[in-house]
Design a protein around this ligand. Structure first.
Ligand SMILES: Nc1ncnc2c1ncn2[C@@H]1O[C@H](COP(=O)(O)OP(=O)(O)OP(=O)(O)O)[C@@H](O)[C@H]1O
Ligand SMILES: Cc1cn([C@H]2C[C@H](O)[C@@H](COP(=O)(O)O)O2)c(=O)[nH]c1=O
Length: 661
C-alpha cells in the first residue's frame, strides 16, 4: 500500500494484470487441462470399445475420435459469432458443463458410436470456449495490455497440454494398478469431467466479463487465402505430429505398455512442443529465422523416421519429445517469419493435424503387420509414421527454398557461426562477387505502410553500400525533383480536398515519370546503385488496393511512366497500420489520415504484390529491431551487387574506387 492507501502494482506481475484476470487464467488452466485430457480419455475409450484382438485394427476407431474432436475447429469456426450476443461467463460455464456431461456419459453409455458422437460434441463445445478465451483476457486487460494478455491466455491453455499428458499417464497407471492391465478408460474420463467442474466453479467466481466474440475466419479459407511457404512447413510438421498422435495408442499397446505408455508418448510430445515453442526465440538467436524453420522441420522429420523404426517405448517417448521440441522451435520461427499471418499458420497446423488423424489410421490398419525376420515386425503404424516424416521433410525443404533470406550465403558456415553465437559474414570478395552483369546500376526500392521504417532502412542500406565503395544515390517518392516537390505538396496537403482517385493516381504517376527520367535512369546509366524510398508498388497498394481502383490499369499506366523500369529488389517492411502510424509525429498528412480500413487494404495490397513475385521481394517484419532488419537487408542486397571495382579499373589502378555520395 502507498501512503495514500492505493495498492502498489506488483512489479513481478504481467502488465495489465488484475485479480479478475488471474482468476480467468486459473479457469483457463483448468479447462485447458480438461480439453487436452479429453483427447487421451476419449481415444483410450475408443481403443477399449473397438475390442479387436490386433491393436492395429483399433486404429481407425481411434482416428475417427481424434478427427471428430478436431473437425469443429476446422469446419465450423465461422459459427462462433452466433454466441457473441451471450454473456462470456455463460459461454465459458456452459462449455465446461456440456463437456463434463459428455465425458460422464461416455462410460455410462459404453458404446463406440456414442464415444465418437461425444468426441464431436466436445470439439464443438470447445469452439466458443476457445474464441472467448482469446478475446476475454485482452478485454479485461485493457487496450494497452491487450496483446500481452492474449498471449498469456494462450500460453496458459497450451501450457496445460504437458500437464494433461502427464496426468493422463499417471491416471492410466493407477487404473491399471487398481483394476489390472488393459482396463477401460473410466477413471480418466471421470477425472476429466471433474476438472471441467472445477473450471466451471472458477469461472463462476469471476467478476463481470464483457460480452461479444470476434468473428472467426474459417481455417480452410485462411489456409488458401493468406498462404505462405512458412505455412507449408507448419503443415508438414502438423501432418507428422498428427501421425504420431494417430498411432500412439496402438503403438503403445503393441509394445505392451497400454494406456500408461500411450500417455507417456502424449506427455513427451506435449512437453517437447511447449519447451520448443517457449524457448524458440532464444534458439540460435543470431541465426536467420527462415533458415531455422527450414532446418527444424527436416530435423523433426528425421527424429520421426527413427521413431518409426524403433520398437522400444522409452526410446519412442524420448524421440516424441525431441520431435516436439523441433516442432515447437519451427512454430516459433514460422511466427517470426510471417508474424502478420498467424491465422494462416494456425489453419495450416489444424488442417494438417486433421488430415493426419483422419486419413492415416485407416491406412495403418490396411497395411497391417508384416514379419521382416525372426526379430523384426513392420507394422502399418510404422508405415504411416514414415509417410509423415517424408512429407514433413519435403514441405520443410520447399519452405526453405522459397523463403531463404540469406541466399548466396552457404548454410553450413552460417549455422556453424550461429552455434558459436556469431553472425556469419562472408568475406568481402565473396560478398561482392558479381551475380549479374554490371553494365547498368542496381535499383533497390523500399516499400511499406506508414511509419514502417522505409526511410530509416534506406538510409542504413545506403551508408553500408557506400562503406563498401559503391556509388549510391538515395531518393524517394513523391517529391524527388523540382516538379515532384510541388506535386508532393498538392498530394499530401490536407487542404487538398475532393481530389478524385484517378487524378491522384495520375499525379503520383507524373511525379514518378519525372523522377525516373531525371534522377533514377541517369544514375543507373553511370552504374550507380539507386535506393528509393517508395516506387510503383506504393501506387498499386495505395491507389489500387487502398482506393479500390483497378490494379492492372495502374500497373499499365506506371509501366509507361517509368519506361518499364522494375526494381532489382523490393524490400517490403510490414507493420500493423496502427503501430506504424503511432511511430510518426503528428499531424498526419492527407493520406496518413485516411481511415484504418484504408491502411489495412494498403497492407494487404503490398502482401499480395510480394506474393505474386516472391523472388523480387524481401518481406520483413518491421517491428523487429532496426539493426536486425538492416542485417537482413544487407544479406539480400549482397546477392544482387556488382563488383564495386570495375574489372578494367582494377587492372589499371589496383585501388578501391572513391566513395561517392
Ligand atoms: N524497426 C523499428 N522499430 C522501431 N521504430 C522504428 C523502426 N524503424 C524505424 N523506426 C522509427 O519509426 C519512425 C518512422 O520511421 P521512418 O521515417 O523510417 O518510417 P517510414 O516508413 O519512412 O515512414 P513514412 O511512412 O513517413 O515514409 C522513426 O521515428 C523511426 O526512428
Ligand atoms: C509514392 C506514393 C506514395 N503514396 C503515399 C504514401 C504516403 O502516405 C505518402 C508519401 O509519404 P512519405 O512520408 O514520403 O512516405 O504518399 C501514394 O499514395 N502513392 C504513391 O504512389
Amino acid at each position: 500500500m502507498t501512503r495514500t492507501g492505493v495498492t502498489r502494482p506488483d512489479p513481478a506481475a504481467p502488465p495489465g494484470d488484475s485479480p479478475n484476470l488471474r482468476r480467468l487464467r486459473t479457469a483457463l488452466a483448468l479447462s485447458g487441462t480438461g480439453q487436452w485430457l479429453s483427447v487421451g480419455a476419449l481415444t483410450a475409450m475408443a481403443g477399449v470399445l473397438a475390442r479387436d484382438d490386433a491393436p492395429l485394427d483399433r486404429a481407425p476407431a481411434i482416428g475417427l475420435v481424434l478427427a471428430l474432436l478436431l473437425a469443429p475447429a476446422v469446419l465450423l469456426a465461422p459459427l462462433v459469432p452466433v454466441v457473441g450476443r451471450l454473456d462470456r461467463r455463460t459461454v465459458l460455464v456452459a462449455a465446461d458443463l456440456v463437456r463434463l456431461v459428455l465425458l460422464v456419459s461416455v462410460p455410462l453409455v459404453d458404446a463406440q458410436v456414442w464415444t465418437a458422437v461425444a468426441a464431436f460434441l466436445v470439439g464443438l463445445a470447445a469452439l466458443p470456449w476457445t474464441t472467448v478465451v482469446t478475446t476475454t483476457a485482452p478485454a479485461l486487460a485493457g487496450a494497452e495490455h491487450a496483446e500481452h494478455a492474449r498471449t498469456a491466455a494462450l500460453r496458459t491453455v497450451f501450457g496445460a497440454a504437458p500437464v494433461a499428458g502427464v496426468l493422463f499417464a499417471v491416471l492410466s497407471l493407477v487404473a491399471d494398478a487398481v483394476a489390472g492391465a488393459a482396463t477401460r478408460a473410466d477413471l480418466v474420463l471421470y477425472v476429466t469431467a471433474a476438472v471441467f467442474l472445477a473450471s466451471a466453479i472458477a469461472v463462476v467466481t469471476l467478476g463481470d466479463l464483457p460480452r461479444g466474440a470476434d468473428p472467426v475466419p474459417s481455417p480452410l479459407a485462411l489456409l488458401f487465402r493468406n498462404g505462405s511457404a512458412a505455412g507449408l512447413a507448419v503443415l508438414g510438421l502438423a501432418l507428422a505430429g498428427g501421425a504420431i498422435v494417430a498411432v500412439a495408442q496402438v503403438e503403445a499397446v503393441t509394445l505392451g505398455a497400454g494406456n500408461p505408455g500411450y500417455g507417456s508418448v502424449l506427455a513427451g510430445l506435449a512437453i517437447g512442443v511447449a519447451f520448443g515453442a517457449f524457448e524458440g526465440p532464444r534458439v540460435l538467436a543470431v541465426f536467420s529465422r527462415v533458415r531455422l524453420l527450414g532446418l527444424a522441420v527436416p530435423a523433426g522429420a528425421l527424429l520421426l523416421l527413427v521413431l518409426a523404426l524403433v520398437h522400444n517405448l522409452v526410446v519412442v517417448v524420448f524421440l516424441a519429445g525431441f520431435f516436439g521440441v523441433a516442432a515447437g522451435i519451427a512454430w516459433s520461427a514460422a511466427r517470426s517469419v510471417v508474424p502478420e499471418r498467424i491465422g494462416h499458420l494456425r489453419s495450416a497446423a489444424l488442417v494438417g493435424a486433421l488430415v493426419a488423424v483422419a486419413v492415416l489410421p485407416p491406412v495403418a490398419a490396411a497395411v497391417g503387420t508384416h514379419r521382416v525376420n525372426d526379430d523384426y515386425v513392420f507394422t502399418g503404424a510404422q508405415a504411416v509414421l514414415l509417410t509423415g516424416a517424408v512429407l514433413a521433410a519435403l514441405l520443410g525443404l520447399v519452405a526453405l527454398r522459397r523463403l531463404d533470406d540469406r541466399r548466396g550465403i552457404p548454410l553450413v558456415p552460417d549455422l556453424a557461426a550461429a552455434l558459436r553465437g556469431e553472425r556469419y559474414t562472408p568475406p568481402l570478395e565473396e560478398a561482392s562477387r558479381p551475380l549479374r552483369p554490371a553494365e547498368r546500376g542496381v535499383f533497390v526500392a523500399f516499400e511499406g505502410g506508414e511509419g514502417a521504417g522505409k526511410t530509416t532502412q534506406a538510409r542504413l542500406a545506403a551508408i553500408w553500400l557506400r562503406d563498401h565503395g559503391y556509388d549510391v544515390v538515395t531518393t524517394h517518392e513523391p517529391g524527388a525533383t523540382k516538379i515532384g516537390m510541388r506535386l508532393r505538396a498538392m498530394l499530401l496537403d490536407r487542404d487538398t480536398t475532393g481530389l478524385s482517385p484517378r487524378a491522384e493516381t495520375l499525379l503520383y504517376a507524373a511525379d514518378r515519370a519525372d523522377h525516373v527520367a531525371n534522377v533514377i535512369l541517369p544514375a543507373m546509366a553511370r552504374g550507380a546503385i539507386v535506393v528509393s524510398d517508395r516506387f510503383v508498388d506504393s501506387s498499386l497498394a495505395y491507389q489500387g488496393y487502398g482506393r479500390k481502383q483497378p490494379v492492372e490499369d495502374i500497373a499499365k499506366l506506371n509501366g509507361w511512366a517509368t519506361q518499364g523500369l522494375v526494381p532489382d529488389l523490393t524490400v517490403l517492411l510490414m507493420v500493423q497500420p496502427e503501430a506504424g502510424l503511432r511511430r510518426l509525429p503528428a499531424p498526419a498528412d492527407r493520406i496518413e489520415s485516411e481511415p484504418a480500413e484504408f491502411h489495412e487494404r494498403v497492407r494487404d495490397g503490398f502482401l499480395a504484390l510480394a506474393e505474386a513475385e516472391p523472388d523480387r521481394y524481401l518481406v520483413l517484419d518491421a517491428s523487429r529491431p532496426q539493426s536486425e532488419l538492416s542485417r537482413q537487408i544487407q544479406d539480400r542486397i549482397r546477392e544482387i551487387l556488382p563488383d564495386p571495382v570495375p574489372a578494367a579499373a582494377e587492372d589499371v589502378t589496383s585501388t578501391f574506387p572513391a566513395i561517392t555520395d
